[in-house]
Design a protein around this ligand. Sequence first.
Ligand code: NOJ
Length: 488
Amino acid sequence: MSDFGYDISNFTEVDPIFGTLADFDAMMVQAKALNLKIILDFVPNHSSDECEWFQKSINRQDGYDDFYVWHDGKLNAETGEREPPSNWVSVFGGSQWTWNEVRQQYFLHQFQVKQPDLNFSSPMVREHMLDVLGFWLDRGVDGFRIDAVPHIYEHRNADGSYRDEPINDWNNDPNSYDYLDHIYTKDQPETVQLMYEWRDYLVQYQAQHGGPTRVLLAEAYSPVETLSAYFGNGTRLGTQLPMNFQLMYLSGYSTAKDVVGSIDYWMQTMWTQHQTANWVVGNHDTQRVANRMGAHKVDLLNVIVNALPGASVTYYGEEIGMSNVETECTEISCDDRDGERTPMQWAPVKNADFSTAENTWLPVSPDYARYNVQTERGVARSSLQIFKSLQQLKSSSAFLAFKEEGGFSYEAVTEQVLQIVRTNKRSEEYRIFVNMGNSIEILEGLSNKVYEYVLVTAYSLHTPGETIDLRERLVLMPYEAIVLRWLA
Ligand code: NOJ
């Protein structure tokens, strides 16, 4: 638990603190019965230093010699001292190279010292990792979220040495990840090929074993052109969902025009080239929307991601408007990301019904009595109700027509008001309006049709079922979001 599950000591086991493989299998049975799909977090870049593979590699055991990235380091001509092979800085700060006394070599770790990087130029590593995928596919999972994709390969010179990365001009701390431009440690061409190999493996698996398409989501904080390569090209298929984190960069000050800028960044490349989209609301490495943007914007972001075509990727709790919790360092956890990792809030009872244990690993939010699934089920216009209504809209014929010419559009109709249109053009059209600002907005002549309110957020003065003539005025309250429907 050095990085809370991202330090794997056995890739085909369940950590005893979470249960057993039998528990896992029982969960899969239950999930299938509920028609839910389960995907696993797949962490190929590194293992734990406690992994048997690393221990074998330290001791240069049978075939494990180059399972990890090892190097003698360089001798400093002036001091005569040994130095790391390159200036590379780890994502969590400090050198990417740590000396191992037993093997008398440096090993590479793009993340923590306790997370040595596996060496993907070794065919045996690649084979082992395919076996890991196969192991969990055999247990019935529907796909994987692949961790830290950009970091899987590093560039190595033909003579086995490593080049220093260039220092950028905006960070002065040599121990900070942002000190360098990561041209040799991120998004290497081999990583693109690896995505294609893994997708091929999934395709073959389906051909052999049947069942639905298995999915690969890639965690990659990379430029959209790189994400496009991970997705695939004319001849090769890669990850179906290279995760789009653009909306996570919005803040409380972001306007509708900023939102459009974020949407454009993705659409102009990914939609134009591949007609694909996905929108990530948040994750366990980032503050919750309520903290990043303000509690009154949670529903707005939920409306936006669900109104856009493609997949919305929601982090647990965002659908009920959970906030970061102020956590204190304890013996079991002391991470600056703890605040967004607190227990899911199910009901207004002890531990928010997350656990029957006396204490939970991280504290339950103090506001769980208000923000929880059970309570929100009974509250009109709660975040949960809005979220669920949006999910239903996604299967309407207008929402399903997104690939048709003119089937959808988005624009900032004013600095603060975002409009998204979804239509099958024959019989049904939805107009979604989101007021990102803190002022009343008055809009005129938006359309020549009469619409019906089908969804309103908490700040709205309207009720579903009311009609509105968009030839005339539309008034939006601060932070109001609405969905209007026109029926032929
Ligand atoms: C990304 C994960 O989301 C994060 O939680 C983890 O620390 C790093 N990858 C390293 O695995």
